[in-house]
Design a protein around this ligand. Structure first.
Ligand SMILES: Cc1cc2nc3c(=O)[nH]c(=O)nc-3n(C[C@H](O)[C@H](O)[C@H](O)COP(=O)(O)OP(=O)(O)OC[C@H]3O[C@@H](n4cnc5c(N)ncnc54)[C@H](O)[C@@H]3O)c2cc1C
Length: 221
């Protein structure tokens, strides 16, 4: 459960907006606050307008805050966000949330834009002793591929459902986990994605002997 101070909103000016792949956007603005890798902020188009939560997709020390989001066609906020241009203004809350990274050995598991908090942890220097398992429909959706692959090597696993490529697991993240003969119960398992993905993945981990308290989840609803 994410709690953030909803009274503290401030306006920021977009320093860039870019469509990284079909319907997936990255926007950025100058950082004016401290946060922990994995935390979220609320975003609105107007000071008192409806807000949605987004994971910060930048390292803790970076000068720019980035947000990776997917346009939900029938949604309220994301179609409006995708019309914005550099120099436009959005309203943000202070950062909050407990889904934060540390230096303990862990497995990071995400689908879609759920990669954002892990990219934040990665950019904050927390990638050592981590395994990153990502799921997407198309290969072009594995954003930040070069950076992850260069630093994490074999510990960066892509699971792709609609396209194949060398070194890419052909199927869903859940299928990949099901096929693992053994999972280490001493590791922490961080899950980020839709409710269905998180619940299904958590069930698989528990069935493979991972204690419930080693599983840390962030649900994008
Ligand atoms: C803790 C937290 C962190 C989040 N971080 C991110 C993030 O980093 N990036 C990101 O893209 N989203 C993130 N989300 C989801 C985000 O808050 C919004 O729900 C999403 O962007 C849709 O907002 P909207 O106003 O466009 O659509 P809404 O008007 O809110 O939603 C319309 C419908 O679409 C559904 N929906 C919401 N998200 C999706 C989706 N991804 N795919 C399909 N249907 C969806 C909703 O359940 C709703 O039924 C996060 C959510 C939470 C709770």
């Amino acid at each position: 459960m994410v709690t953030i101070d909803t009274h503290q909103v401030s306006q920021v000016t977009l320093s860039f907006t870019e469509e990284l792949s079909d319907g997936i956007f990255l926007i950025g603005f100058k950082r004016t606050f401290l946060f922990k890798a994995g935390q979220v902020i609320g975003i609105a188009m107007e000071q008192n307008g409806p807000r949605r939560l987004y994971s910060i997709c930048s390292g803790e020390q970076e000068e720019e805050i980035r947000i990776l989001y997917k346009v939900v066609d029938e949604g309220f906020l994301t179609p409006q966000l995708s019309d914005l241009e550099t120099g436009d203004i959005i309203w943000i809350t202070e950062p909050g949330g407990e889904f934060t990274g540390d230096r303990d050995p862990a497995v990071w598991i995400a689908t879609g834009t759920g990669v954002a908090p892990f990219y934040s942890m990665f950019r904050s220097g927390l990638a050592e002793q981590k395994k990153l398992i990502l799921g997407n429909r198309y290969l072009e959706q594995f954003h930040f591929f070069d950076e992850f692959a260069t630093l994490m090597g074999e510990n960066y696993i892509r699971c792709c459902t609609a396209e194949s490529d060398e070194g890419v697991y052909p199927g869903r993240v859940t299928q990949f986990l099901e096929e693992q003969a053994e999972l280490d119960p001493k590791l922490k398992y961080y899950l980020c994605g839709s409710a269905e993905m998180v619940v299904e993945t958590r069930d698989i981990l528990i069935s493979k002997g991972i204690p419930f308290d080693r599983i840390i989840s962030e649900i994008y609803f």
